[in-house]
Structure formats: C-alpha cells, structure tokens
Design a protein around this ligand. Sequence first.
Ligand code: ZN
Ligand code: ZN
Length: 173
Amino acid sequence: MKIIFEDIPDSGLQLDVSEEAARIGPLLHGIDAALEGPVTAHLEAMRTDEGVYLTGHVSARLRLICSRCVSEYKLLVEPDFSLYYVVGIETDAEQELHASDLEVTMTPVPELDTDDILVSQIAVELPMKPLCTDKCKGLCVKCGVDRNKEECDCVIEEPVDARFAALKGFKPK
Ligand SMILES: [Zn+2]
Ligand SMILES: [Zn+2]
C-alpha cells in the first residue's frame, strides 16, 4: 500500500495494515527467517513542511533456525518505531535534522510503500545469532546429539580461548 504525502489530512493519517506472509515473505531477501502468518501493523503519519513523521507498531511471527542446536523455533517480533521522512536528496537541512537526534530518511518521491516499512522493521528485529533459548546447550561436537534432549558420554576437551588462557596460571592443579 502506498502512503501519498499530499493525501495525508492535516489531522494525520491512521492506518492498520495486515499483509499475507506470501506477499511480505519474498521481500525478506537474504533473511534467514520464514514468516508464520500475516504481518500486521498500525501506522500513524503526520505531515510536516519537509516531509512526513511516521510512527508505528509492527507485529510478525517468524520461524528461525537456532544457531546452536539447528532446531526450528518461533519468535514474535513487535517493533515500535518512529521515523522522519524528508522529501529530497541530501541537503544542509538534512544535516541539521540529524543533529536534532531524529532518525531521518530521505525519500526522492513524496510517498511511502508500507511493504518496505514492514520489511525493514522486521529485519531490524532479527537476532544476529538466533537462539531457541538463552540456555540452549547446542549439539555435541563429537557425536552430534542435541544436548537439550539427550545426554551423551563424550569427553570434550575444554576449549582454550584467549580469555581462559590468560587465567590458566591461576588455576589450582
Ligand atoms: Zn537451540
Ligand atoms: Zn556426544
């Protein structure tokens, strides 16, 4: 859906959108997550002299793969955001706005695509290192069992990383 700046009434525009996973999913290029159900959002747009101030709330259910145990898990992301869209290309005015601590996005045309907004807000919420739970034990590096579900008898040498190596001399024998 497009938000055309000049169509926004002086009192502001409120918009509730719900987009099917089949529509938004393909736009999540290069993102290692699948959508589970529709993405919904509540958006509020206010015009200013230079552009549009947009606040909103997005809600999306995702399926991710845990980076430790490789099992699939679900994650609900619900970002709240506020963005300031200024029409035009980089100018002195933009730099002034940056100084005022507001996140400014330049837009060459006076309109916004709600799909783009949903996709970028979801992307921001994705974990760098997906984990099914903070306590996930991962897979045994020797036999490959999921150590959340099974114990194994493998003896695993403690990894010596730089932090521990520095402490080694203090360890009691
Ligand atoms: Zn896991
Ligand atoms: Zn094992």
